[in-house]
Design a protein around this ligand. Structure first.
Ligand code: SF4
Ligand code: SF4
Length: 87
C-alpha cells in the first residue's frame, strides 16, 4: 500500500528531502511548485519505506489503508495529481 499526503500538508517539503525514490511532487524544479497548496505521493513509485512519515511536522502522511475516514479521498487525489501532470 502506498503512502498518501492528506489535508494537513503545509507544503514545507521536508518529506521531499528524505524520500529515497523522489516520488513526492511538485519539487522546486517542477511546474506548479510556486502555486501548490500541498504535495502528493506517486502511488506507482512509492516503496513504502515510511521515511516521509517521520519527517512530516504536521502528521499529514498516512498509509493509504490507514487514512482517517475524513481524508479517504486523498488516496484518489494523490493518484489523480500524477495522472494530470503526466498527460
Ligand atoms: S513512504 Fe518512502 S518512498 Fe513512499 S513517499 Fe514516503 S519516503 Fe517516499
Ligand atoms: S513533510 Fe508533511 S507538510 Fe511537509 S510537504 Fe511533506 S506532507 Fe506536506
Amino acid at each position: 500500500m502506498p503512502f498518501v499526503i492528506a489535508a494537513p500538508c503545509v507544503a514545507d517539503y521536508s518529506c521531499v528531502e528524505v524520500c529515497p525514490v523522489n516520488c513526492i511532487s511538485p519539487r522546486p524544479d517542477q511546474p506548479g511548485f510556486e502555486k501548490t497548496e500541498q504535495l502528493y505521493i506517486n502511488p506507482s513509485l512509492c516503496i513504502h519505506c515510511e521515511a516521509c512519515v517521520e519527517a512530516c511536522p504536521v502528521g499529514a502522511i498516512f498509509e493509504a489503508k490507514a487514512l482517517p475516514k475524513k481524508w479517504k479521498d486523498y488516496a484518489r487525489i494523490n493518484a489523480e495529481y500524477f495522472e494530470r501532470v503526466e498527460e
